[in-house]
Design a protein around this ligand. Sequence first.
Ligand code: KG4
Ligand code: ZN
Length: 352
Amino acid sequence: MVASQYILAIESSCDDSSASVLCDGVVRSNVISSQAFHAQWGGVIPELASRAHLENVPIVVRAALEEAGCKMSEITAIACTTKPGLLGALLVGSNYAKGLALRAGLPCVPVNHIEGHLYSAFLESEQIRFPFVALIVSGGHTSLFLVESFNSYRILGSTRDDAAGEAFDKAAKLLGLGYPGGASIDRRSQPEHRDFVHFPRALINDPSYEFSFSGIKTAVRNYVQQHHKDELDDLTRNKICSSIQEAIVDVLVQKTVRAAVEFKVQDIVIAGGVSANSRLRALMTEQCATGGLHFVAPRMSYSLDNAAMIGFVAHQKIRELGPSAFRSIDFEVNSKAMRMHRHGSANHASAQ
Ligand code: KG4
Ligand code: ZN
């Protein structure tokens, strides 16, 4: 009988410190510590994020082992996020992981954060069939992927400017709502006010799978200056929120469903902070039902930044390449996100 594989994974790419234990790819614990204090600055402050990770990573690691009922001596591999993300934050988590691996003589698997999101739906459901279309949508990312297997995927398109979450946050700030703004806009939105203002839906009819959300912020600013220069009452604010949400969600859903039809896939997966949006989930469910597509949105603890998804990717890599492929800790972190080649339709990326 093959011995069980216990992976201890660490995620620290932005403002969440997370650790998770997986046994043969099944989550035993997934502890997330969020740095809520950034809200007072209206955004994540990289230096403060790194310092908080220094404190929090050892705490979440201990908690994840304890919750999984697992001793460090039972762990067979370590995994950590190495890109993309905030450089300092990535360094803290990955160096901690390297230290654990060195001390225990374990393999250490570097994992791309976006791959974590791409395969996170498998933590929720095994019923996903390759190839599938994945929409990764957060404060830092808005990209559509065609995922062909556990080690092959193509980026179909990304945002040219602001990520969808960034657009929610900037629009919320203009309306005097707190950070992060996506959840406040979601809470204030009501179906009857979706068409109160028709905000731009940039590139919605463009044949590419690129997005552009920076125009929303300008359109909201112009609208408020023109129509509500003196004071913005709460009802009007709610109506504007409903219209902003509808404009962003409309583009995300239309492009994602179009990609699924064009590439003849049966499954659509969403992940990232914006996938918490109630209208996005509802409209995607509705459109997928109409088109005979299967829609999977992992529970929020797997959809927000978390270490379970990092551990899952590491599990797949070890299955494919064997643990000895990850004996070296001579790997680096990289802050940069994947980009589509401008001239080509899409680039192939390998999971290695
Ligand atoms: O994945 P995440 O926690 O962090 C990264 O950006 O990597 O995503 C945070 C983003 C923020 O922009 C926030 O406004 C957005 O997710 N968000 C939402 C909702 N909840 C969080 N956007 C729309 N509707 C929501 N309910
Ligand atoms: Zn993320």
